[in-house]
Structures are given as C-alpha cells and as structure tokens.
Design a protein around this ligand. Structure first.
Ligand code: DGJ
Length: 739
C-alpha cells in the first residue's frame, strides 16, 4: 500500500552546535506514516438539500457542496482533486486560516492535522445521522463530526466531539461546533444585533474579503448585542425574501458564542460557529471528550422565507420544548403592578383576566423576601421565600384562586442571581461570581451566582423545585436573568478559570435537564431582561421566550420581524401593555398593539382596571378572535409578504401546513396618499385552486371590499387583495378559511 507521510520536525538546539553545522540549518526528522485510502464521497442529504464531503487519498476530509441535491454526488470525486477546503479545519499543517479546532498539547505543540478514520450512518425519527471520525495521526487526538440531517425539515444539526485519548491534558484554544464553506460571487449577510428593549435589530452587509465576526462575551444574557444566528444570501446583491439561495445558521448555546465569516483570497466564505474561545482555553483531561453545542444549518432556494420556514418547522417539531402545542394566553402582573401589590391586587387581576377570556395569570417579580422584602429591584434575589406582608394567604391561595376561575397559574423566578442585599449573599458569599481583590460590579443591584459550582447548581435547581412546591399545580415558570457577567471568576474553579464560561452554560443546562426530568409538563418561559436569551440552546428546555420588554407596537414590528427570520411564532411571547410605558414614549393604538401581539403567543401586561370600558370590550373581542386563529400562528408556515425595513406597509401571513387556513397581518407604518384606493398585497402559500373565505378580525367595518366573501387562492396570491389602511399605525388581521 502506498504511504503518505507527514513530517514532524524536531529542531536541535543550535547553541550547542559548531557554527558550520548551524549554517547548514540541520533538522532532524521523524515521520509518522498515514495509510492512504481509496477516495470517497460522503453525502449528508435532506429532501431538498445536500451537503457533500470527500475523503482524499491522504485522508483529508474536504468540504465540497451545500446546496441543491445532485443525483450522483460521486461526480464530486473528480471535482475534489482541485480543492483544498477542509471540512473541519484545524490549526496545523498547511492550514493557515481561522481554525475550527486549535489544540495546544502538553508539550507546547500547536499542530493538529485531522485525517479520516471511519464513518457511520444511522436513521432515527426522521433524521439521518452521519458520524465521521477523524484523528491526528501524531497525537491521536480524535474528532467526531456529527451531522443530524432532518429529512423533511431540511435542517442539518451539526456538532463536533473532541476526544483526548492521550495520557496528558491538552488545551482547546478553539473548538467550533461546525464549519461550512460557501462559494458564490456575492454574499449578503443578515444578522441580528440589539440591546435592552431594542433586541433583534436587522443588520445587512455584504461579506467582503477578510473576516466578519458576530459574538457575545457577556457570559449570561448572551443574545443582548447579537443573536447567535444569521442568514447569508448567495449571489444576490440584495436581500430576497422569496427567491435565490440562502444559507441560514443558528447556534444552540446560551453562553459566549462566536460565529465567523471568513472570505479568503480565493473568494470562498468559510463559516465557523461555536462557543467563543474568549478566555476559555479549555483544559481537556486525558481520556475526556468535549461535546460542542449544535450548530443548525439550513439551505433554501426560496430566499429568506424558505430558510425561515425550514428552521421554524424543525423548531416546532424538534427544537423547542413542547413545540407543536398551543400555549395559553395570559395576564402578567409586571407592568400592571410592578413591585407594589398585595393579595387583593392580584386576585383582582385574576378576576379581570378570567373575565377577559385570558387563560393564565402570571405573578411576576416582587413576591418574595422576608428579611429583605422585594419592594424594588435592589434587594432579595436569592431569598425565595414568600413575602407574607404582601401575600399572607400564600401562593397556594393565589394559585387555587386562579385555578378556581379556570385560569392556569404561573410565577416568576430569577434563580441565577443574588442581590447584594440578601440573606443568600450573607450566607454564601463564595457562591458569587467574583475575581479576588476586584470590585464586585453590580448591575441592577445584583450579582451572578457561580453556576460552574455543582453546589450552586443544586441550589438553583432547588429554587425551581421549591417554587413548584409553593402550590399544587403551578403551571408555568418565568425564568429571568437580568445581568451579564463582569470580572468573571469562579471561587469553585480555583486556578482553572478558563473553564468558567463553558461550565457556567453547561451548569445551566444541567439544572434545566434535571428540571425537565422532574417537571416535564410545566411551561417554562425563558426571559432575560426581555430577549437576552433567545437561542435554540435554551429552547431545548423552554416552551417560549420573552421576546422583549419593549411592548410598543411600532418597536415590536421590527423586533418580531427579525425574530421571525430564525425563530417560530409559537415561541415568541408578545404582550399588549399600556402606552406610553417605561420602555418607550410611543403611543400606538390598542388595535395595533393587539394586532402585533397576536402574531405570537398573545398575552397582556397591564392593569386591566385601567382600561376604559371601550378598551376592555375591544380587548375581550381581540382575545376571543385570537383563540380562533392561533392554531395557525402556532403551527403554520410563515410567509413574510413585505419588510418593515424598507416598506411603509408591512405584511406577513401564517398558513396551516394543509393550506386550509391562514391568517394575514398588515400594518401601515407610514401612511401614503397613493394607498387611498387600497394597498395591494400578494398573498403567498395558499392553494391556488382552493376557495378561501376572508374575514377581517376585530372590526365592525372592514378595510377590504372583499371581506366576508370567498376567493380562489390564485386571485389572492396574484393580485386583488388590497386592504385600505388609511392612517399611520392602522393595522388589520384577516382569517382565511378554505371552503
Ligand atoms: C425583566 C423582564 O424582562 C421583565 O419582564 C420582568 O420580569 C422584570 N425583569 C422583573 O424584574
């Protein structure tokens, strides 16, 4: 058999050599032989996409294709001979780019050259899993690339598993989940940045030569500033909603992340997604395996809309805890009562929620703290005992009061945090994330608990567990997290601070796993100062996320538009609150507030007693109508019909998978005179041949001439649907039912 060799150079200390020898630059070589292999192609396919890798004769694993399926992927065998794009590039050998894997060995060496060993394929529950084992023939380090290809959803979940089979520890300096190469003439990146009350703002930019990085170094609240997700439109200079090739990606991780887009000198773009290596040179012990989080990929030839629908379908079926079910409408106490309430305030809200047709009452912040009652955000986190000054009757009283009114009952916790003023901080200062001798920076007057510490993990689990014991049948927990990590440091980890960021997130997931084992049915909302933890890692355990504290309808239009690129409506909690409020001074009509909140999981977050009788009657009507179409919002396919970023009329619709029902939302963001006769919207996703009855919701007099009548899908999709919204901030919702 032919043998390929790689070279290990050991440089003999020149100082002890005579000068002639030094001039001769002598090296001493030791060679490790790598047995050659018959080249082959490995195909990872879904119904409408295909990822093609090739094993070269020298066992390098190359990336060749991600896009439309080809019938005979073996044709890529010859194509591969001219390529040198590593499927999972490691620092070492001839690779000089941004590495997916960078390992420092115990002897100080930084070189790794991954070569193919074997692969296996198995199928389960609609996914085909391909595991490809690679190894470095010198050190023995082993990497398994795992690709789970969801056939119908056209999503590939990829991650890597890094095994140190040696006798000494190694340091992982970079350890991406997945690597993907794109080849096009032009690349347009869409990514999502933001801050508190301003989450998920859309940013679009061409990918030019060099490296673009989106990342978070916040430790907690990782998705404030950037979301670990993106879309790349290929070959198009402009963003296209419904045509052209798009690759979308999302990392399922709630901690520091890094997604890089490296356009090299040949014009290819290599995308790496994974945990951020920032301050995380991860020590991998002898015999240990590091499992990276999943990176989700989807490819679509139907523009951004197709990519979103793929992600959403996957998320509803496989990515979101409890996906596929309809979560209840609710009244949350936060903006209606903040910290100032007693039992009658809450029972009054429960009465109103029940009367309005809502289905759950959620008691937000402020219910706990005995030595230090939680009367504002400066105290008490960590002291999860009922504040009997406010609710002397107990949480069980409130829960059964809600249950007695036919409502579910939920309650808020923020278990990862401790207030500076709290019994917990007094009892366990060693549980606080801190760096010796440095200031304990407060944010919202609180500190972060050290979830790298198993004792803290137990404590955080016990907060959830004990809260669940406060009343039989608590139905819903809102899990909040209101600050990032500053001056990171774990008293528990001692000298191994490099493990902190990774082990914090792993600790969080370990707690959530335990919670799900014990409480499989409780609904959990993932909240973090609004939408600072909107990612598919948390969604493995949570039924929904709080999209943003900003409930202003105009702001929500953009936030929800961007959220919809990657995350499905079923997970997007959207509430109607009073305007103006503490987030914005905007005053949008109650109808628009309902019409945007109804595009996700509808809730209310205000004091119902402050509504006028007319507002109250209107709210009742909107809640009732929402219940009639929310099945489509939760489980339908999304078609964005225009964009709020570049049009005055933003519209989108959800269509049930069987195309029998749809709901259309439209918002006039800036009235134009020329829309006097109606603004044409071309609907999408309907069956062209079926007839749909169109019914506008929550109005006495419709803004569309065809209201109440039935039209064929082709008429509605090709021209003819032109509601008249004659005012900035006017909005409309239409239900379409096939006859
Ligand atoms: C931040 C959340 O985003 C709000 O909804 C609310 O729960 C507050 N925290 C409570 O402190």
């Amino acid at each position: 058999m032919k043998h390929i060799t790689i070279l290990l150079a050991a440089f003999l200390t020149v100082a002890v050599m005579p000068s002639e020898a030094r001039n001769a630059k002598k090296f001493f070589h030791q060679t490790v032989e790598i047995p050659a292999i018959e080249p082959k192609v490995i195909t990872i396919g879904t119904e409408k996409s295909q990822l093609v890798l090739a094993v070269k004769e020298n066992r390098e694993l190359l990336f060749l294709h991600y896009g439309a399926p080809v019938a005979n992927p073996d044709s890529f065998m010859e194509y591969q001979s001219g390529r040198n794009t590593q499927a999972f590039p490691a620092t070492g050998g001839t690779f000089l780019g941004d590495p997916a894997l960078h390992v420092k060995y115990a002897d100080g060496n930084h070189n790794t050259e991954l070569r193919y060993v074997s692969h296996s394929v198995s199928a389960q529950d609609g996914a085909v899993q391909t595991s490809i084992v690679l190894k470095d023939y010198v050190t023995g380090l082993q990497v398994t690339l795992v690709y789970q290809a969801w056939q119908k959803e056209n999503v590939i979940c990829a991650h890597s598993e890094i095994l140190n089979p040696g006798k000494k520890p190694v340091e992982l300096l970079s350890f991406a989940s997945s690597s993907m190469t794109l080849e096009a003439d032009k690349y347009l990146l869409t990514h999502f940045h933001g801050g508190w009350a301003y989450e998920m703002q859309t940013s679009r930019e061409p990918l030019e030569f060099g490296t673009k990085v989106i990342e978070s170094r916040r430790g907690t609240q990782a998705t404030q500033t950037e979301n670990p997700s993106f879309m790349v439109s290929l070959n198009a200079g402009e963003f296209s909603e419904d045509s052209g090739e798009v690759v979308a990606g999302a990392l399922a991780w709630s901690g520091n992340f890094r997604i890089s887009f490296d356009r090299d000198e040949t014009g290819l773009v290599n995308i790496l997604g994974g945990i951020s290596p920032f301050a995380s040179a991860y020590p991998l012990k002898a015999g240990a395996t590091f499992v990276t989080p999943e990176m989700l990929w989807t490819w679509s030839s139907e523009g951004a809309g197709g990519a979103s629908r793929n992600m959403h379908r996957w998320a509803r079926r496989h990515g979101i805890y409890g996906g596929g079910t309809v979560n209840p409408t609710l009244l949350n106490s936060w903006e209606g009562a903040y910290f100032t309430f007693t039992t009658p305030t809450l029972t009054g809200m429960i009465d109103d929620a029940a009367a309005m047709g809502l289905e759950m009452f959620v008691l937000d912040d402020g219910w706990f703290g005995t030595k230090y009652p939680r009367n504002n955000d400066r105290t008490s986190l960590g002291d999860w005992k009922l504040c009997t000054d406010k609710i002397p009757e107990g949480i069980d009283y409130l829960a059964s009061y809600a249950h007695g009114k036919g409502l579910k009952f939920g309650i808020w916790i923020e278990p990862e945090m401790v207030s500076g003023v709290s019994e917990l901080a007094e009892a366990h200062p060693e549980w606080v994330v801190q760096s010796p001798g440095r200031a304990l920076y407060e944010s919202r007057w609180q500190w972060v608990l050290d979830l790298a510490n198993p004792a803290v993990q137990d404590f955080v689990f016990s907060i959830f567990d004990n809260t669940m014991q406060l009343a039989p049948g608590i139905d819903y927990i809102k899990w909040d997290c209101n600050r990032p990590v500053y001056s990171f440091g774990s008293p528990y980890l001692g000298a191994e601070q490099d493990r902190f960021y990774v082990e914090y997130a792993q600790g969080l997931y370990s707690v959530m796993r335990r919670i799900r084992e014990k409480y499989p049915h409780v609904l959990v909302q993932c909240c973090s100062s609004g939408g600072a933890r909107v990612d598919y890692g948390a969604m493995r355990y949570c039924n929904e996320f709080w999209t943003s504290d900003n409930t202003d309808a105009i702001s929500r239009v953009r936030i929800q538009y961007a959220t919809s690129m990657i995350y499905p409506a079923c997970a997007m909690a959207s509430h109607v609150s009073t305007v103006p409020n503490h987030q914005t001074g905007n005053v949008t009509p109650l109808k628009m507030r309902f019409d945007i909140a109804a595009a996700g999981r509808l809730g209310m977050e205000l004091q119902p007693k402050n509504l006028s009788p007319e507002e109250r009657a209107f709210a009742d009507r909107c809640i009732k109508s929402y219940k009639g179409f929310r099945d489509v919002v939760f489980n339908g396919d999304l078609y964005r019909l225009s964009s709020p970023l570049d049009t005055d009329y933003y519209a989108f619709m959800y269509v049930s998978e069987d195309k029998s029902k749809a709901v259309v939302f439209e918002y006039c963001l800036r009235y134009q005179n020329r829309a006097t006769g109606g603004h044409l919207i071309k609907l999408a996703g309907l069956d062209p041949e079926r007839s749909y009855k169109v019914t506008e919701q929550n109005v006495d007099s419709s803004c569309w001439w065809g209201n109440g009548k039935a039209f064929r899908g082709d008429f509605l999709m090709n021209g003819g649907f032109n509601p008249v919204l004659q005012q900035t901030n006017a909005s409309a919702v239409f239900v379409l039912e096939a006859r």
